[in-house]
Design a protein around this ligand. Structure first.
Ligand code: ARG
Length: 472
């Protein structure tokens, strides 16, 4: 119910609660609405049911409930799962949260045995469990999507292992590189993102269930059994920490923020390269929009949105850090605020990665324009200096002479490739015909064959490494 639709105070509707214990369980309808998280935690219904099934089995294994009771609970829970997935059962937005909704639904289906499910657990460890299960699965989904993007980058890089373009520093043309080298740089960043995700997944994959409200339980439960049932690598070894810890969510937000930063830098380059001023690439029509007023325009909206959404994911990270920073141990309701931020960041990062992949696969590359831009900015001046070093000059001196030659070529409206030998020799008499080889753009790139360098051979080796990492 929206605030505006809320009945006047005299008509406030009161509802009884599952947690009606000390209090009479009667709350203001505005408070109910304010307190409720079901509208956003309902996406964890599957994890909640999976956790509850494992819990019922554990209770039976430990003799806390009977095998028949466990079977009734599991049967009821599986029925609920099937009905939610088929659309037969709608999750009630009036419920307090997904945990309460499923427990109440279960009891209405299987009778009073349903009330035994919550033995030796609390919503505090239950919600921590659901989040870990959900995020563990999300990390796998995102990893798969990111791998597809890396594969797309590697394929395009291979195609352009010899395509020469200017490499930039300070957004000034710096040295010739290959487009394949530039694309492989992004593949490397994403490989690190994937590695960070798997590291984060490792710390997420620890079971908090059995921490109960905060202090553990008087029942002799088997936390290790329940954790193993759920595919966890281990259990949280301090029950207070088990219910208070949201590091795994923060860590994921950190991973997503870094990944988005990488996507944002790539987006920024795609936008620049698509501009008339660069004209290095053209994004496929499927991933651009037109202007409603300027018919000549083709806008890189998807790339711009990824760049924009990066700010949103950073915001999610900072929001959760801020929510947690002042919380005393153990559980506090503030922690319910983790979900919208975490889910928002998950959805945003996943959709960004998924849109970037086909955008990379379908972009057309204007090799001639890249090549032309590489020719116009004296980006082979370092190669000239390296040539002079090869002829015996110390680098600093070679650097100075190259600088003077660049000024001279500019004044004469020449390039280093077209400057006559007599002019070269006015500045340094050890220069011979070999200088033209040294400043030849293809040669400049081919000779940068140091490990990780821009030569086609090194780029191909890097692509092979990237593909090897993908198949790991
Ligand atoms: N909806 C709550 C959350 O997301 C579940 C845990 C509630 N625990 C409690 N003691 N009220 O955090």
């Amino acid at each position: 119910m929206r605030y505006a639709e809320a009945p006047p105070p005299a008509a406030i509707i009161f509802m009884a609660k599952l947690w009606q214990g000390r209090s009479d369980g009667v709350t203001d309808s505005l408070a109910d609405e304010f307190n409720s998280s079901v509208s956003f935690d309902k996406r964890m219904y599957r994890q909640d049911i999976e956790g509850s099934c494992a819990h019922a089995k554990m209770l039976a294994k430990c003799g806390i409930i009977t095998a028949d009771e466990a079977a009734a609970l599991v049967g009821g829970l599986e029925g609920i799962l099937g009905d939610i997935e088929s659309g037969k059962l709608k999750i009630d937005d009036g419920a307090e949260d997904i945990h309460m909704f499923i427990e109440a639904e279960l009891t209405s289906r299987v009778g009073s045995v349903g009330k035994k499910l919550h033995t030796a657990r609390s919503r505090n460890d239950q919600v921590a469990l659901d989040m870990r299960l959900y995020l563990r699965e999300f990390a796998d989904t995102l990893t798969d999507a990111a791998k597809e993007l890396v594969a797309a980058l590697a394929d395009r890089a291979e195609e352009h292992a010899e395509t020469i373009m200017p490499g930039y520093t300070h957004l000034q043309r710096a040295q010739p590189i290959t487009f394949g080298h530039q694309l492989t740089a992004y593949a490397m960043m994403l490989l690190r993102d994937i590695d960070r995700l798997s590291d984060c997944r490792r710390r997420t994959n620890v079971s908090p269930i059995g921490s109960c409200a905060l202090a553990g339980t008087t029942f002799s439960t088997d936390r290790m059994y329940e954790a193993a049932e759920l595919g966890f690598d281990g259990v949280c070894l301090n029950s207070i920490d088990g219910v208070s810890d949201r590091d795994f969510a923060l860590e994921l937000l950190g991973c997503l923020s870094i990944m988005m930063m990488h996507l944002s830098r790539l987006s920024e380059e795609l936008i620049l390269w698509s501009s008339w001023e660069f004209s290095f690439i053209e994004l496929d029509d499927a991933f651009t929009t037109g202007s409603s007023i300027m018919p000549q325009k083709k806008n890189s909206d998807m790339a711009e949105l990824i760049r924009g959404k990066t700010g949103r994911v950073y915001g999610d990270l900072v929001a959760l850090l801020t929510v947690l920073k002042g919380l005393p141990l153990a559980y506090n309701k503030d922690m319910q605020e983790d979900k919208e931020r975490v889910f928002d960041a998950c959805d945003t990062a996943l959709s960004s990665v998924r849109i970037m992949t086909p955008m990379i696969r379908t972009m057309s590359v204007k090799k001639e324009n890249m090549r032309r831009a590489a020719g116009g900015g004296f980006i082979n001046a370092t190669d000239l200096a390296d040539y002079l070093v090869g002829r015996g000059l110390p680098f600093r001196e070679a650097y100075k002479i190259s600088g003077r030659l660049v000024s001279r070529a500019m004044a004469d409206e020449k390039t280093l490739e077209t400057l006559p030998l007599e002019v070269y020799r006015e500045y340094c008499d050890i220069i011979d015909e070999g200088v033209y080889d040294a400043v030849d753009m293809d040669g400049c790139v081919r000779r940068r064959a140091s490990l990780g360098g821009t030569s086609p051979e090194q780029v191909r080796a890097a692509i092979e490494y990237v593909r090897g990492m993908l198949s790991e």
